[in-house]
Design a protein around this ligand. Structure first.
Ligand code: ATP
Ligand code: MG
Length: 288
């Protein structure tokens, strides 16, 4: 599903300055957009705008337009938008309904009162539980789950709506390394299946491997919008409060030892190719 953001400027009711300024970008269906930017850059606000929470839930002053698969976010209710765009929040606790007493009914919550036949509802819930490894936890109370389990529940409740666009705001902040790999694998799967993905993630190494495009926000404005190479390969990334992908950091330390013109590696595969000459010239020898 395609997405169009045009001239989006937004100020929270209590905001002194706009949280988003003239943000514009168009995404083709099937894109995988990474979003980076220092703390307070406006990443979560952008996610909220894509899901319609800005302005419907937060109020405030919004200018410009967000079109989700052709639907104008301002003229569409948040409930209707959830069928097109799913939002996984930074903190999974805030995503729970607070009214459902089991994992299974929490996952079903979004489908209730939507006129979806019972059999289909059961099938969709079962699929979401299975996909997020929650089958064994289906009867647990959501508030008794660990942070990682709660994160998976939050993702399941969003996926059960089968949205064409999935927006994830630092979805792995509560997870251990195995959980991170699992969620990233799931996002890759969904992307392969045709879902448009928008992922806010401070681990730029993950974005370098997965994203087809990266948006860099700073003080609410789009500072860069391009391929992972164009954006994550920038020399000034650290100055913008963003840690470069791991291979790029290593590259900066050993650059003088590499053949001239070696491009900055961003992925593991690129690092392997870039650093191979180091081994053959004995770049790891102790200085005499
Ligand atoms: N509910 C709110 N009311 C008023 N101002 C807010 C609100 N939420 C966020 N802001 C402000 O809007 C700006 C953008 O915040 P936002 O949470 O979108 O940044 P972020 O890039 O997601 O940061 P982080 O990396 O810390 O998650 C910040 O200046 C923040 O203080
Ligand atoms: Mg945020």
């Amino acid at each position: 599903m395609a997405l169009e953001v045009t001239g989006l400027t937004y100020r929270y009711p209590a905001g002194l300055a706009p949280a988003l300024r003239e943000v514009s970008f168009h995404l083709q269906s099937g894109a995988f957009l990474g979003v980076v930017g220092r703390t307070g850059a406006g990443k979560s606000t952008l996610c909220a705008a894509l899901a319609g929470l800005v302005p419907h839930f937060f109020g405030g002053r919004m200018e410009g337009r967000v079109l989700v698969g052709g639907l104008d976010s301002r003229q569409t209710s948040v409930a209707d938008l959830t069928h097109h765009v799913g939002l996984v929040l930074q903190n999974p606790f805030t995503q729970l309904s607070g009214v459902k007493e089991t994992v299974e009914t929490e996952v079903a919550f979004g489908l209730e009162n939507r006129g979806i036949p019972r059999a289909e509802m059961r099938e969709r819930v079962a699929e979401a539980l299975e996909r997020l490894g929650l089958v064994a936890l289906r009867d647990r109370h959501p508030f008794t789950l660990s942070g990682g389990q709660m994160q998976r529940l939050a993702i399941a409740s969003v996926l059960v709506m089968r949205p064409g666009i999935l927006v994830c705001d630092e979805p792995t902040s509560q997870l251990d390394p195995a959980g991170v790999r699992e969620v990233m694998g799931l996002l890759a799967d969904l992307h392969r299946g045709g879902t448009t993905i928008i992922l806010v993630e401070h681990r730029t190494s993950l974005l370098a491997e997965m994203a087809t495009r990266v948006l860099l926000l700073d003080e609410g404005s789009v500072l860069a919008d391009g391929s992972p190479r164009e954006v994550l390969g920038r020399e000034d990334l650290e100055g913008l409060g963003i840690r470069p992908p791991l291979p790029a950091g290593v590259y900066r330390q050993v650059r003088d030892l590499l053949p001239p013109g070696t491009p900055v590696p961003l992925t593991v595969a690129e690092a392997e190719a870039a650093f191979r000459p180091l081994v053959s010239i004995g770049g790891d020898e102790k200085p005499s």
